[in-house]
Design a binder for this molecule. Structure first.
Ligand code: HEM
Length: 556
């Protein structure tokens, strides 16, 4: 299903035409193999006028937590229920595969964890998941801090320039800045490669963005146009995609060769003893090569790295973007966050220990993920007939879904469900500290941090699948702690030095959905040094765009 946001105020005539088309469609569709399941009969214009997950939310309120959404001969089951989501993701995880998502990602990620067949997945998950252990994460905190400081140093330099011209603030597209930051971090953390994208451009960086763009386009398009014979040679866009892919693959192959050639027994011993204190390269690639011997299959390794590059880049950038978007609308929460940063870090640098004390910053990151989950939908296809449990409301007996049924678990709906969250659309990081019991909801255990002792961040276990930003069950994200700590560090370092204001109204930041939710035209922020900001109390909304050049100079 393709859905990109445009203005919600479309001309009435266009909406009417689309509505008529939808009525025809709905008549044609009634019935289907899912028995008595409610059918969403929304207007087709609902799908084209705004991001898909908005319409899925309205239908959730109208039809309940499990309903059928039909398009022509095709039907999807939309799930917005923690009990049913838990059943699909955890209790019956292997009765499903990734369906249409695997079709889209396989040409890019090969046999990487996300699209991999079950046998490959079992083998690689066992090897990769242990790589994200606590000492690795501790070593990564330094990488997160170094890269975040590189970003803030760039802002400071721009601001200095502005000061010398008599100005007091700069305007930046923070979505683009966070994208560069997250790319640099994932490169260093996963394969010890410094993209340096915060400060420069390179063919590899361009290729990564080109590939991401194509992956996103594919995830929002009806027809698998990339499977059309000869398309990869004839269609210029497909030729470019394969060219980009080759550039990245060549780069990854070089890094894998280098990691294998430079494998040293001394390093292996340090890794075996989990001694990260004086190891030169703490990356995941080093771990995978050193711990598994030099005979690990290069092609598989490359697919693993590519998967983590794609899975861990835009997702984290989006968390930072939406966290700052939400903060910018809540100056009192910025102040509260800055007070915490001042008391925990002062002018110092974040460490694993300080992350444990930065409670409010951690909650800001998870609250941003609650409101803007990445991805907003989890996709599954039933491999066999499955009997779903009854949800928390109505339909106590649940539904039987036939093999081949495509399912969307709407994380967006779950995270904004009025049945599980108070003021579901409001930005309230503190909410996670106020436990919510199950209120007698049969089959749902409510929120309880003691179910996940020692967890730094709220998760699907604590919330019994009402909050699942990283999925759940065996296919849960392997990089969840990496991403959350990265977001905590980046936010803390940013707020330590800067205040942010939104340029224009929040409504002017339009949403676009593909694999993740991101803005249509960037997130333009006025970045200012806190002291100046307080002194001037300046809320001017400038209407200028700033072009940042490769040498860091910029032009309004
Ligand atoms: C899987 C979200 C960062 C690597 C997933 C899934 C979600 C998710 C929801 C489950 C997908 C499903 O069940 O269909 C996120 C978010 C991130 C993030 C929101 C950032 C805030 C990362 C990072 C890495 C990573 C940093 C790697 C360094 C993976 C991998 C999988 C995955 C390899 C597939 C796991 C498997 O199937 O066994 N992620 N992710 N992710 N993620 Fe993440």
């Amino acid at each position: 299903i393709r859905c990109q946001s445009t203005s919600t105020n479309e001309p009435k005539t266009k909406r009417n035409l689309l509505d008529n088309a939808s009525n025809l469609l709905t008549n044609f569709l009634s019935g289907g193999s899912l028995g008595s399941m409610p059918v969403a009969e929304g207007a087709v214009s609902d799908l084209f006028g705004r991001p898909l997950f908005f319409s899925l939310y309205d239908w959730f309120l109208e039809h309940g937590s499990v309903y059928k959404l039909a398009f022509g001969p095709k039907a999807f089951v939309v799930v917005s229920d923690p009990i049913v989501a838990r059943h699909i993701l955890r209790e019956n995880a292997f009765s499903f595969d990734k369906g249409v998502l695997a079709d889209i990602l396989e040409p890019i990620m090969g046999k990487g964890l996300i699209p991999a067949d079950l046998d490959t997945w079992k083998q690689r998950r066992r090897v990769i998941a242990p790589g994200f252990h606590t000492l690795y994460l501790e070593a990564m905190v330094k990488v997160f801090t170094d890269c975040s400081e590189r970003t803030t140093a760039k802002f400071e330099k721009l601001l200095d320039g502005e000061h010398s011209r008599g100005g007091d603030a700069i305007e930046l597209d923070l979505e683009a800045e966070f994208s560069s930051l997250a790319l640099d971090i994932i490169g260093l953390g996963v394969f010890n490669y410094d993209f340096g994208s915060v400060t420069k451009e390179s063919p590899v960086i361009k290729a990564v963005y080109g590939t991401l763009f194509e992956a996103e386009h594919r995830s929002t398009f009806y027809i698998p146009y990339w499977k059309i014979p000869l398309a990869r040679w004839v269609v210029p866009r497909q030729r470019k995609f394969h060219y980009d892919l080759k550039i990245i693959n060549d780069c990854l192959d070089g890094l894998i060769k280098n990691a294998k050639d430079s494998r040293e027994e001394a390093d292996v011993e340090k890794l075996q003893q989990r001694d990260y204190s004086n190891i030169k390269d703490a990356s995941l690639l080093r771990f995978l090569v050193d711990m598994r011997g030099a005979d690990v299959d290069d092609r598989q390794l490359r697919d693993d790295l590519m998967t983590m590059l794609i899975a861990g880049h835009e997702t984290t950038a989006a968390v930072l973007t939406w966290a700052v978007f939400l903060l910018a609308q809540n100056p009192s929460k910025i102040k509260k966050a800055q007070a915490e940063v001042d008391s925990v870090l002062g002018q110092g640098r974040p460490t694993l220990e300080s992350i444990k004390k930065l409670e409010y910053i951690r909650l800001i990151a998870v609250e941003a993920l609650r409101l803007y989950p990445q991805p907003p939908l989890l996709i599954r296809r039933a491999l066999e007939e499955v009997v779903l449990p009854g949800g928390y409301k109505g339909d106590k007996d649940g539904y039987t879904i036939p093999a081949g049924t495509d399912i969307f678990i709407s994380v967006y709906n779950l995270h904004r469900s009025p049945y599980f969250w108070d003021r579901p659309h409001d930005f309230v990081p503190e909410r996670f500290l106020e436990q919510k019991d199950s209120d007698g909801i049969e089959g749902w255990a409510g929120f309880d941090p003691s179910r996940s002792p020692g967890a730094l961040y709220p998760n699907e276990i604590i919330s019994d699948f009402a909050f699942l930003p990283f999925g759940g069950g065996p296919r849960k994200c392997v990089g969840d702690q990496f991403a959350l700590m990265e977001s905590t560090v980046a936010l803390a370092v940013l707020l330590q030095k800067f205040d942010v204001e939104l340029k224009g109204s929040p409504e002017s930041v339009e949403l676009v959905t593909g694999a993740t939710i991101h803005t249509k035209n960037g997130l333009w922020k006025r970045v200012n040094i806190v002291l100046n900001f307080l002194k001037n109390g300046n809320y001017e909304f400038a209407l200028q765009m700033v072009e940042i050049k490769s040498d860091n100079s910029y032009q309004k």
